[in-house]
Design a protein around this ligand. Sequence first.
Ligand SMILES: [Zn+2]
Length: 75
Amino acid sequence: MWSVCGDGSMATTDDVTNGMTEPCEVCDTDTLHEITVQLITEGGSGENARYSREPYRVRECLRCGNRDSQRMNNA
Ligand SMILES: [Zn+2]
């Protein structure tokens, strides 16, 4: 089966299912962004820190390649 998590960063197909038109601060205009959700491990300081994986909404501008991430859970 195909891996849903495949990155395929160099893909140039038109069927960008996660494509969203959003403002890009680098391009200074609305551009197509690829939206993905990644679990990013947040570690505290010290060995006893609890690690938690928080879902981040990562978006990448398909025009300039600028990326930013935003935590989805507002604690
Ligand atoms: Zn951009």
